[in-house]
Ligand binder design. Sequence first.
Ligand SMILES: [Zn+2]
Length: 230
Amino acid sequence: MLIECLRLTASQVYLVHGPRPVLVDVGLARDAPTVTAWLARKQIAPRDLGAIILTHAHADHAGAVSALAHWSGAPVVVGMGDVSTVHSGGRDGSSPPTGIRRVLASFGLIQAYPPLPRHYPVIPVETGLELEALGGVGAVLPVPGHTSGSVAVVLDSGDVIAGDVLIGGYLLGVVARSTPVSHFHHVDRSRNRASIGALLSTGAHTWHLGHGGPVASESVRAWLDRSPSG
Ligand SMILES: [Zn+2]
């Protein structure tokens, strides 16, 4: 199996079996021991990990980045627009306005987390990136909109790991997990919509998301057609 998914309390992380195993997202700060135990059960030693890719820098996806980085030593791959957020542990200036901030905080999405030290190796994604650890199985693409530095992992198998461009199901993926649902917060909704279109044009068939899913591309296309605002 090329992709494996670990469901955490607030989000999901993925393991991609490329030339070297790659972890996509890391969960909340408190999820670190759960994620490392999961990797250990898969016989993945810390030094085996080829990269840690963050779909974006929100706390429920990137909160354990510092712990996982220290555990593995693997480079952290993050969209250019989210690098400063990772280095500030979710405290940078690209935060949404106060009212929305409060709602997001109540979902645990924007809480602060242990920052990734500045000396730690980071691979920023500005345009499509071929990673050695994903050589022959896929690439990392910028999909800005949910955050300015959101990225997706696009695999040659037709699977995409797309973070929060969409949610699979209602109540953050608890109900009807294969139904595409708009995320309640994007920094730029029309850019996110364009990013979804770009991912569809890769010929992907299955969307693996940060919450809920997986969702079939036909459902995403139908959702895009009937949701003019994205
Ligand atoms: Zn998010």
